[in-house]
Ligand binder design. Structure first.
Ligand SMILES: [Zn+2]
Ligand SMILES: [Zn+2]
Length: 204
């Protein structure tokens, strides 16, 4: 991916969605990857054998795969796993290709994002006024930055981004029923959870 392409992707996410733009890009990537792997598994026996030799997918991605796959495809993949006899070595570690590819993409996103903060206008306008990143991605980005001023600025923006939620949370806290809470404020609850806990992938 080129850095201009990345810039457009992240700007679009910040403008169109209230949550962490990196989590959102990762979820899109994960969904497309699952759809492609599903297509390959259905049609290509050698891919099924490769995946079986990797021990299949991790627990989480196997379940995601089953969710989007038709029943027959999941069964065909399980048959490949049994035929590969990988279960006879109980110490085999699963080498989930979905986790591997998502980790590579995530590392690329972190590097591009770190670079983006060389743009003063982005930092002090678009980023500052957005809801920022989830805690997991903020920490990864901070680890890549050497300039202490920039670290302090990003940390300060993160505090401000969370504190802007205070009046909304207080309003919702004083609501007598869930029905009184607007749809957009209900969505902000998820954004705030992300700010504290991170989401990364797996939200669909
Ligand atoms: Zn995130
Ligand atoms: Zn996985």
């Amino acid at each position: 991916m080129a850095s201009t392409e990345f810039k457009k992707l992240i700007f679009d996410k910040i403008e169109s969605e209230p949550g962490c733009p990196l989590c959102s890009l990762l979820m899109d990537y994960e969904f497309n990857l699952l759809a492609n792997i599903h297509y390959e598994v259905t049609r290509n026996e050698s891919i099924r054998k490769q995946i079986a030799s990797e021990g299949g997918f991790c627990d989480f991605h196997f379940r995601q795969f089953k969710k989007i796959a038709n029943y027959k495809t999941s069964i065909t993949l399980l048959k490949s796993l049994i035929d590969s006899e990988i279960h006879k070595n109980i110490n085999t570690n699963i080498n989930c290709r979905l986790c591997n590819e998502i980790n590579l993409f995530e590392n690329e996103l972190i590097l591009f994002t770190t670079d983006l903060f060389n743009d003063f206008d982005f930092l002090h306008d678009k980023f500052k006024n957005s809801n920022g990143f989830c805690i997991i991605h903020l920490k990864s980005i901070l680890q890549n930055i050497k300039d202490q001023n920039l670290i302090d600025t990003l940390t300060q923006f993160h505090h401000e981004q969370i504190e802007r939620f205070k009046p909304i949370i207080e309003l919702m806290n004083s609501s007598k029923s869930y029905l009184e809470i607007s749809m957009s404020n209900r969505g902000l609850v998820n954004v705030l959870i992300q700010k504290f806990a991170g989401r990364k992938t797996g939200g669909f």
